[in-house]
Design a protein. Structure first.
Length: 493
């Protein structure tokens, strides 16, 4: 089978294509595997629901939730240190093993011939790479090929097209998950080899967890008022309030109820707090509006060139009633649909994994674009002004992937053996911009070793490419055709 994995902030899911339809590799009725990790000396490492169950009360201090939103983090659990990447690797391992077990029970070929993973639409280079490397290092150990990465809302679009393929349509996907709100504008044309084209995509780091936080703050204040108990600072209480807030939020998505009671047990006492939908919506109005403005940005910057036929709402948080209501109000001329909010992303990831199979090269069925520009920091003209550094963008935001850029550079002295560049990621679309602008990210350093007879007149032709998975590759040769060794040191996140 070909496996699609959606590693989510709150829940992760696995699916495959079976008899041409996406099939979730979860137990019946299971939403997903909680993306949670737990460690203590007695239980060892636990992932998923086991982690969630173990991490209650004071043991909450050994529980890691929402690691996807803190990829640079490291965690000390019961005296042992874990980097985010170790945790993600363990989560992937659990997901693959679980998918194989479930496939076996459904008599599906459990032999995995290719895996595709999904990532948020606008994670930056280092975040994508960290997730990709964690998946690859986990799968290598299991001898499974990771075939490609797909942006989450793009995967959801593929799942949508799979059910109602209407050619020539442009659909705008709004994916409100646990940690991010991802948006993508996708076009499908089945007369073309590159059947799916990503016209634009964007993201903001707002998701269900932020709705939870607002409600948690409210509940904590009410608990203090009612029982004179301070929640903040006590991991056990905080965890109980978090669970109660999520539960109340989910209950409010039932349109037959306009109020619910959050019940929190502290030291044997049950504290009950009423939450009306109106109050919940007021507390979180600002979050919703930020996601709507992310959607509006993509809508209006493409509207003149691309008629947008439908807005598709996916992601677990699209179940909140105010979400589709606000989108309908903001885009009265559009058809707004909720489409398999919980599973569209993983289903689309599985569809894409199946399309790629073992041999189709990534990029042939799906045309994606780069979300950022990538450039090298170098002298504008060293001999004219040795202090004027700029960033030359070799690859520009919005270009179709895979994309290749070139830059020719020369050593600044006849004795220079290595040219070292810093590589930056930015939103700038210009060919070059001053090096001192702050709105850019250092993602690594490229060192090019020169041949010994190089002089200041030698031209080094550098090639930088971004492959269809959005990962950088480099090569360099001098004007005599000598290949120059190069090493790319990725910056830590
Ligand atoms: N019925 C519901 N009502 C309200 N919120 C819900 C409901 N069902 C799920 N959610 C919320 O949806 C979020 C999880 O959605 P989803 O599984 O799409 O996110 P994710 O994939 O884990 O996160 P991300 O895509 O941001 O990394 C959680 O915040 C969860 O509380
Ligand atoms: Mg998701």
């Amino acid at each position: 089978m070909y496996l699609g994995i959606d590693f989510g902030t709150s829940f992760s899911q696995m699916a495959t294509l079976y008899l041409d339809q996406p099939l979730l590799l979860l137990h019946p009725g299971e939403y997903g595997i909680p993306s949670e990790f737990y460690y203590d000396r007695d239980c060892g490492v636990l992932v998923g629901q086991d982690a969630s169950d173990a991490g209650q009360g004071l043991c909450a201090a050994n529980l890691v939730s929402e690691v996807k939103m803190n990829l640079s983090g490291s965690y000390t659990l019961d005296g042992r240190k874990f980097a985010a990447q170790d945790i993600i690797r363990e989560i992937y391992r659990t997901l693959v093993t679980r998918a194989q077990q479930i496939a076996r029970t459904k008599s599906i070929d459990e032999n995995i011939r290719g895996v595709v993973i999904s990532v948020p639409a606008k994670f930056d280079y280092l975040e994508r790479k960290l997730i990709y490397d964690a998946a690859v290092s986990c799968m290598e150990g299991m001898k499974l090929p990771v075939r490609d990465i797909i942006k989450e809302p793009v995967a959801a679009a593929l799942a949508y097209y799979n059910t109602s393929l209407e050619n020539g349509k442009n659909i705008l996907v709004y994916d409100l998950g646990g940690g991010t709100c991802d948006v993508a504008l996708v076009h499908s044309d089945d007369t073309k080899l590159e059947r799916f084209e990503v016209i634009d995509s964007s993201m903001i780091r707002i998701g269900g967890r932020n709705w939870d936080e607002k409600l948690e703050e409210y509940l904590a204040a009410e608990i203090q008022k009612k029982a004179d108990i301070i929640v903040k600072g006590n991991p056990g209480y905080e965890e109980k309030v978090r669970r109660a807030a999520i539960n109340a939020k989910h209950q409010l998505s039932d349109n037959t109820r306009d109020k619910v009671f959050a019940r929190i047990e502290i030291n044997g006492r049950i504290i009950s707090v009423m939450v009306t939908r109106r109050l919940f919506e007021e507390l979180t109005q600002d979050l919703l509006m930020q996601t709507i403005s992310c959607l509006e940005d993509v809508f209006y910057r493409n509207y003149a060139k691309h008629k947008i036929d439908e807005i598709i709402c996916v992601g677990g948080s699209s179940n909140m009633l105010q979400v589709p209501a606000k989108i309908r109000e903001s885009f009265p001329e559009c058809n707004v649909r909720i489409f398999e909010p919980e599973h569209a992303v993983v289903n689309g990831t599985a569809i894409y994994a199946d399309m790629l199979g073992e041999t189709t090269s990534p990029g042939t069925v799906l045309q994606d674009i780069s979300n950022f520009s990538y450039g090298v920091q170098a002298y504008k003209d060293y001999h004219k002004d040795p202090n004027y550094l700029v960033i030359f963008n070799l690859l520009r935001k919005g270009e179709e992937l895979p994309v290749v850029g070139y830059k020719s550079l020369s050593p600044i002295s006849n004795t220079q053996h290595v040219i070292g560049f810093q590589i930056f990621e930015s939103e700038y679309g210009d060919a070059y911009y001053p090096a001192d602008v702050t709105d850019k990210r250092l993602i690594g350093r490229l060192d090019i070793t020169l041949s010994p007879d190089s002089t200041i007149y030698t031209k080094i032709n550098c090639k930088m490419s971004l492959n269809s998975a959005g990962l950088l590759e480099f090569s360099a040769e001098d004007d005599k055709g000598n290949h120059c060794e190069q090493t790319f040191h990725v910056s830590p996140l």
